[in-house]
Design a protein around this ligand. Structure first.
Ligand code: A2P
Length: 284
């Protein structure tokens, strides 16, 4: 991980995309970036991450998402992907589910280093620090690939400048699905510059629902039972001090939002900052 954002040269200069398996090449549509895959890592048979080159002109705020596609059709399918890397990184990282028969992920899960990924040029999203009022403790509440925007935020120094405590919460079905966030946590803790900023502030609280784990159960159940707070040694959600971001499935968002509202937190947006914000994780 590099600290300073370095300008990168995009090796891809042709207007026709090729894929490593020699599949048919299609022209690159107008108004998209064509980036090269630099790394692929499969965590489980359901989850993988990939990294790509970053266009020198691409700017985003940590926590935002972009539309991603593949050059495998005349009119490629695009899906929303949170950028999992921080704004200062000279590459882009994405964390994805593999949906059998999914219009994009069926093919995306097969990408290899050197392949071309298409990316629409405009990032957007509500999981940004600016959409929250100042506070002391930031909860990043996620399930599955919903952790991706938070992977960006926990690597952003601004988060540690703005909050005294940053608690990354992730629930997954299986224990191995928690590895991505665990590794990130270690990466931040051991990072030359971030490590110092995050020391004593960043905490990871993960749980699994379908395999034995020291913290068993959905994030919502852990909130309801109070176990989340007692394990962390913090008081229950308090709108005076606590801020939250939620990212997961539609059902998870609704259920988690209900809990936050029960404690008096109020949903905010880019143009109306408040005490929590939500975004649906990409699925399909
Ligand atoms: P569960 O195993 O009880 O369904 P998925 O892969 O389906 O998106 O689920 C990821 C994780 O989110 C799973 O651990 C799942 O638990 C949990 N989950 C699913 N629905 C909800 C919900 N409504 N609220 C909280 N957690 C949920």
């Amino acid at each position: 991980m590099h600290w300073q954002r370095k300008p990168t040269l995009n090796a891809f200069t042709s207007t026709v995309a090729t894929s490593a398996d020699g599949a048919q090449a299609f022209p690159i549509p107008d108004n998209v970036f064509a980036e090269t895959v630099t790394e692929v890592r499969h965590y489980t048979d359901r989850l993988f991450r990939f990294r790509t080159t970053r266009p020198a002109s691409f700017r985003f705020r940590s926590g935002e998402f972009v539309m991603i596609g593949l050059p495998n059709a005349e009119r490629p399918v695009f899906r929303a992907y949170s950028v999992a890397s921080p704004a200062w990184d000279d590459e882009l990282e994405f964390f994805s589910i593999k949906v059998p028969g999914g219009p994009l992920t069926e093919y995306l899960q097969k990408v290899k280093v050197g392949d071309t990924i298409l990316m629409r040029k405009k990032p957007t999203g509500t999981l940004v620090i600016d959409a929250l009022l100042p506070g002391k403790r930031l909860y990043l509440l996620s399930t599955g690939t919903g952790v991706a925007p938070f992977a960006s935020l926990i690597r952003d120094p601004e988060v540690y400048e703005k909050f005294d405590e940053v608690i990354l919460v992730q629930t997954c079905r299986e224990v191995a699905e928690l590895d991505y966030a665990r590794e990130l946590y270690d990466e931040v803790a051991n990072h030359e510059f971030l490590g110092e900023l995050a020391a004593g502030k960043l905490r990871l609280y993960d749980s699994a629902t379908r395999e034995p784990h020291p913290r068993q159960g959905r994030v919502t159940d852990l909130i309801d039972s109070g176990k989340l707070f007692s394990d962390l040694g913090v008081p229950p959600f308090d709108p005076a001090t606590d801020r939250a971001m939620i990212c997961g499935s539609m059902a998870m968002i609704k259920d988690t939002k209900d809990r936050l509202e029960h404690f008096g937190l109020v949903e905010g947006a880019n143009n109306a900052p408040n005490t929590f914000v939500v975004e649906r994780a990409f699925v399909g």
